[in-house]
Design a protein around this ligand. Structure first.
Ligand SMILES: Cc1cc2nc3c(=O)[nH]c(=O)nc-3n(C[C@H](O)[C@H](O)[C@H](O)COP(=O)(O)O)c2cc1C
Length: 326
């Protein structure tokens, strides 16, 4: 028996709510194809922009898995109590060739989507690249205006802020997802014309190594883990309750299909998984789809019916006190 996992995001029909999120596991055409083969309904390619500094940053990228005691080990399989702590950058590719290659993959993707991702350096360049994506026939674009590394990046490499959305939006007519930082205004992103919002990018962190008394990785860096899920779920639930018709893509904390279900229950229509694909491989996408299928089958619901169900039943502290006659 198989449950109905179809959802709609940014007006586009998705065969299931599992998206491979932008990151090092979607940084080549082979990676994107592997995520499509694993059954992802959409694959968001590793982000690009025109800045040389952002590319140089990828050459200086470093990744470790931290265990529950904050001990670092090389990148590899991670458990739910581990974190992925890393510096990343943007792809060093010929942008016209990259966009054409993604468009070719998107044409072959059948019932799935290949989604280019832009992070702004210069907004005029972002507009030009967005137009190029549309001209190449790509059907969906993601714009990340909440990249956590922005403040550590070289000046001019990464710009953030919801005010960047309107220029890109007005330049293209294909569906646009805007990826935001926790605390960014979802209302402003929607008002600027986002067809979906992706909530929320990872946090920046600092981890001193007790042995060397120096920072792990030598820098501040972005951190994520299953522990981030409840924090992200609250962001998603608040956004869903404020704008119940908005398409929300959840990101930051999903490690399996049950986390995907949790994101749907909070109000997301789909879920972007990135760290899990980096540490476990694309198979985590097919496993998550199978787990979600099993969950929906057991619960006797469709994926669409889960969207926002738990959020709609959240009470204020005051309501709970009244109900319990406290
Ligand atoms: C190594 C790494 C590289 C990433 N690169 C990008 C990127 O280029 N563009 C982007 O929008 N998000 C990027 N992200 C953020 C992820 O897409 C995702 O939003 C975040 O990691 C939280 O989701 P997760 O818990 O599933 O990893 C990156 C994340 C990681 C771990």
């Amino acid at each position: 028996m198989s449950a109905d996992l179809a959802v709609t995001v940014a007006g586009l029909p998705l065969k299931n709510p599992v998206i491979a999120g932008s990151g090092e596991a979607t940084a080549s055409t082979e990676d994107v194809s592997a995520c499509l083969a694993a059954g992802a309904a959409a694959v968001v390619a590793k982000s690009v922009n025109e800045s040389a500094a952002a590319r140089a940053q990828l050459r200086a990228a470093e990744y470790v898995v931290l265990d529950a005691d904050l001990a670092a080990r090389p990148l590899g399989p991670a458990s739910r109590t581990d974190s992925l702590f890393c510096r990343s950058g943007l792809l060093d590719v010929d942008l016209a060739e990259w966009i054409a290659a993604l468009a070719a993959l998107d044409r072959e993707a059948g019932d799935a989507y290949v989604v280019p991702s832009l992070i702004v350096a210069d907004v005029d360049e972002a507009v030009r690249l967005a137009r190029l994506c549309e001209a190449e026939g790509l059907r969906w674009l993601e714009l990340n205006v909440g990249a956590p590394h922005a403040e550590e990046a070289s000046p001019g490499a990464i710009a953030t802020g919801v005010e960047l959305v309107a220029r890109v939006r007005s330049a293209i007519s294909i569906p646009l997802t805007v990826k935001l930082r926790a605390g960014d205004s979802v209302a402003d992103a929607l008002a600027a014309g986002a067809d979906a919002v992706c909530l929320a990018t990872r946090a920046m962190a600092f981890v001193p190594d007790l042995g060397t008394r120096r920072p792990v990785l030598g820098t501040f860096a972005a951190i994520g883990g299953a522990w981030a899920l409840p924090l992200t779920l609250r962001e998603v639930a608040k956004a869903h309750l404020a704008a119940p018709d908005a398409s929300i893509v959840g990101t930051n904390g999903a490690r399996d299909g049950y986390d995907v279900a949790r994101f749907l229950l909070a109000g997301a229509s789909a879920v972007a998984m990135t760290s899990a694909v980096i540490t476990e491989g694309p198979e985590v996408l097919s496993q998550s789809i199978a787990q979600l299928d099993q969950y929906c089958t057991e619960q006797g619901v469709t994926a669409r019916e889960l969207i926002g169900e738990a959020a709609r039943h959240v009470h204020t502290y005051e309501e709970v006190a009244i109900e319990r006659r406290l």
